[in-house]
Design a protein around this ligand. Structure first.
Ligand code: OAD
Length: 238
């Protein structure tokens, strides 16, 4: 399939679902997880992004998230984020965006039909009463405390070993089963459940288009794999 044909599929799709990963934010300067400058080259993910790590050393985990919050706070949405907002505005009823990114850049760009399935770095959740709140303080005090019940706050992020929130999973499944085009942008496709999303959409009959710098574990499912940067290819395609 050609780029032109893919454009026309997107323009005429009854419903389009988008799945994004760290690659779309790489063009805004946010490091990816598994690339050469991946965040976790220096920090082992399993040392930081797990409930066990937080239970044993919440200070270390918060230090890391404070560092990430500082980094992300200086970044802006790029043309790929903005092209998806345009697409959504043109066809709001036909559009759902699923992101694995926790940086909030899709939200900042203006996306509304959006599931942030791994959470959001600008939200905190109380480990005591469960209250979720927005929080943009940088840096947070080393061990932030809930104003409501004095419980310890944690990042509102889905960590390794945790399940996606049920509402998100239900919404994603609906969007994957009902779309006729799935556009995957900048994800290595190795972290479940998102790594299974292309297979769900494909089985339901969707056309799969992938944008990435390189081949991924999902490329064999794609009807069109476009290699290049998200900030160049997404505006071209949408
Ligand atoms: P990865 O770091 O695993 O993959 C990023 C992908 O983006 C790679 O396939 C790159 O080739 C591609 N890429 C890099 N720069 C790009 C660019 N400018 N344009 C297009 N593609 C580009 O990130 P994810 O797949 O998002 O989970 O990782 C999934 C999850 O793993 C993350 O959400 C995170 C991590 O564990 C949590 O934080 C819970």
């Amino acid at each position: 399939m050609t780029l032109l044909a893919a454009r026309s599929h997107i323009a005429t799709a009854r419903a389009i679902t988008i799945l994004t990963g760290a690659g779309i934010s790489a063009d805004s300067g946010v490091p990816t997880f598994r690339g050469p400058e991946g965040l976790w080259r220096n920090y082992r993910a399993e040392d930081l992004a797990t409930p066990e790590a937080f239970a044993s050393d919440p200070r270390l985990v918060w230090d890391w998230y404070n560092w990430r919050r500082e980094l992300v706070a200086t970044k802006q949405p790029n043309p790929a984020h903005l092209a998806l907002v345009d697409l959504e505005r043109r066809r709001p009823e036909a559009f759902w965006l699923i992101t694995q990114n926790v940086d909030g850049l899709h939200h900042a760009a203006g996306s509304q039909h959006l599931s942030e399935i791994h959470g959001n770095i600008w939200k905190v959740r109380c480990t005591g009463c469960g209250l979720v709140s927005d929080n943009r303080t940088i840096p947070l005090q080393t061990l932030p405390i809930c104003l409501q019940c004095s419980g310890l706050l944690r990042p509102h992020i889905v960590w390794f070993g945790e399940s996606l929130h049920e509402d998100d999973l239900r919404r994603c499944n609906e969007a994957l089963r009902s779309c006729d085009v799935l556009l995957m942008i900048g994800t290595s496709g190795v972290v479940y459940p998102a790594a299974g999303f292309a297979a769900i959409a494909k089985q339901a009959g969707a056309l799969i288009i992938e944008i990435n710098l390189e081949n991924t574990q999902q490329s064999s499912l794609a009807d069109l794999s476009l290699q290049g940067r998200a900030k160049d290819l997404v505006p071209l395609l949408c």
